[in-house]
Ligand binder design. Structure first.
Ligand SMILES: [Zn+2]
Length: 456
């Protein structure tokens, strides 16, 4: 309880080692345990009238732009494959990748000259996955790509690294996931996030600082704004007025505002402002009125359910198809216990179920960078959990493909359709009916270029 470890992370040396330290610092404070309401709907709810949305959100990527210097790759034709296109399943389809893009989807397609032919019998082709909550480091992007996660949305990273990553993305680096980043996060002095002691973390103490703070993030290239409302443990939280001012400032720049809130109390603060989404499914039991409000507001929830699960019963941890391909240097980290307790886990499945039933867009996110999860393989854990929570396998797969593409405005990916990016993965079996088949990834292509999987 009251864990407030001090670890130093330099923005100039944000390497794998530093990330292990970062995560060792308890980034989410779950070890404080959930603060539970006294009972059912008698919770300390003070749901005022719903906030009014402001601003016009810009898509993160408006259209397909093929990077000029992609590695050379022959066209690929998948013959007679089961296709999950991001939304629905079609049996026995041909799909062609060429020049970085999906160029045709149909049956009996003509083979392009010099094409690699992939027999799709017994296999499923699906869009490259999108992880809507990571804390990225260079090795993690490669790890992600090898497990078919070709886009990662970072929720707080060192700025220098963000620059590096943007460069790689523009160059079409095909062996690593694309990254979008919040760059920093808005928090109070002694707020959640300060335990990492990242140099130059800019704190806020009052609403008047919000616009300047957001402008600084815009200058750093932030793709969206991450705001922390965390009053657990010893942390100081931003007040409601400052959170509201940050959301407004984000919207003034066309940026989405994503709020970290995990307790019921903090979630109520988040829901009093016109935010766009929650960075985590809350850890506390949510009264039905709060679930309803989240549904009415039309905001999204990033699941990060794997982080609410103690290490036991994660099927991916015992599956050689997964474990044998995880970077051995990261394996111990992946299997380390999370900060979660049995209580947080007991609450998580019903919460996911209730949010899903209320029609809330659910986006799969791992919170990788923390122990007990990992870029890439952690997504397989996450989707297993979403199905355990009652989503159909197709809904869970959509939470990692078309749903985040629609929510973030990633108009060039998240689906397999003519003219979109050639970001696909090939799976043995049928994850659209048995989600754990997704553990058996046998091929990944980014911009139509095969990714080295490291299969023996
Ligand atoms: Zn996080």
């Amino acid at each position: 309880m009251g864990n407030h470890n001090h670890c130093t992370v330099s923005r100039r040396a944000f390497t794998l080692g530093a990330v292990v330290v970062l995560a060792g610092c308890s980034s989410t404070g779950e070890d404080r345990g959930p603060s539970r309401p006294a009972g059912g709907d008698a919770a300390p709810t003070s749901l005022g009238p719903p906030p009014t949305f402001t601003g016009d959100l810009a898509p993160l990527v408006e259209q397909v732009t093929v990077p000029p210097d992609l590695p050379e790759a022959a066209p690929t034709i998948f013959r007679g494959v089961r296709l999950f296109d991001g939304e629905k399943v079609t049996e026995e389809v041909d799909v062609i990748l060429a020049g970085g893009l999906v160029t045709a989807v149909g049956s009996g397609l003509e083979e392009p000259e010099g094409a690699e032919v992939v027999d799709g019998a017994g296999h499923t082709l699906m869009p490259g996955m999108i992880d809507s909550h990571v804390h990225a480091f260079p090795e993690s992007q490669e790890e992600a790509a090898r497990f078919g996660v070709l886009t990662e949305l970072d929720m707080f990273v060192a700025v220098d690294l963000a620059d590096q990553m943007a460069e790689q993305q523009a160059s079409g680096a095909t062996e690593r996931a694309d990254i979008f980043s919040a760059t920093s996060m808005a928090t109070a002095p002694d707020g959640h996030g300060t335990q990492f002691e990242v140099d130059d973390l800019e704190f806020l103490t009052e609403p008047s600082q919000a616009l300047g703070w957001v402008e600084d993030r815009v200058a750093e290239g932030a793709a969206y704004i991450k705001i922390v409302v965390e009053s657990g443990g010893d942390f100081q939280a931003l007040d409601q007025q400052t959170v509201g001012a940050l959301v407004e400032a984000a919207h003034a720049h066309g940026l989405r505002a994503i709020v970290h809130a995990q307790s019921l109390e903090d979630t109520l603060v988040a829901l009093s402002v016109p935010l766009d989404g929650l960075a985590h499914a809350p850890r506390d039991e949510l009264p039905p009125s709060v679930v309803e409000r989240i549904g009415e507001m039309g905001i999204f929830v990033v699941t990060t359910a794997g982080m609410a699960q103690p290490t036991k019963h994660k099927p991916a941890f015992d599956d050689d198809r997964v474990i044998d391909r995880v970077n051995p240097e990261l394996l111990g980290y992946f299997r380390r216990p999370t900060y979660a307790s049995d209580d947080t886990w007991a609450t998580m499945l019903p919460t996911l179920q209730a949010l899903h039933a209320a029609g809330v867009p659910m986006l799969a996110g791992t919170d990788s960078g923390n122990p007990g999860t990992l870029s890439g393989a952690g997504m397989l854990v996450e989707l297993d959990i979403l199905v355990e929570a009652g989503m159909t396998p197709v809904e869970a797969l959509a939470a990692a493909t078309s749903a985040p593409a629609d929510t973030w405005g990633l108009m060039d990916r998240g689906r397999i359709a003519e003219g979109l990016r050639g970001d696909v993965l090939l799976v043995e079996g049928d994850p659209t009916t048995g989600i754990q088949d997704l553990h058996g990834i046998v091929g990944v292509w980014k911009w139509g270029v095969p990714v080295e999987l490291g299969l023996a």
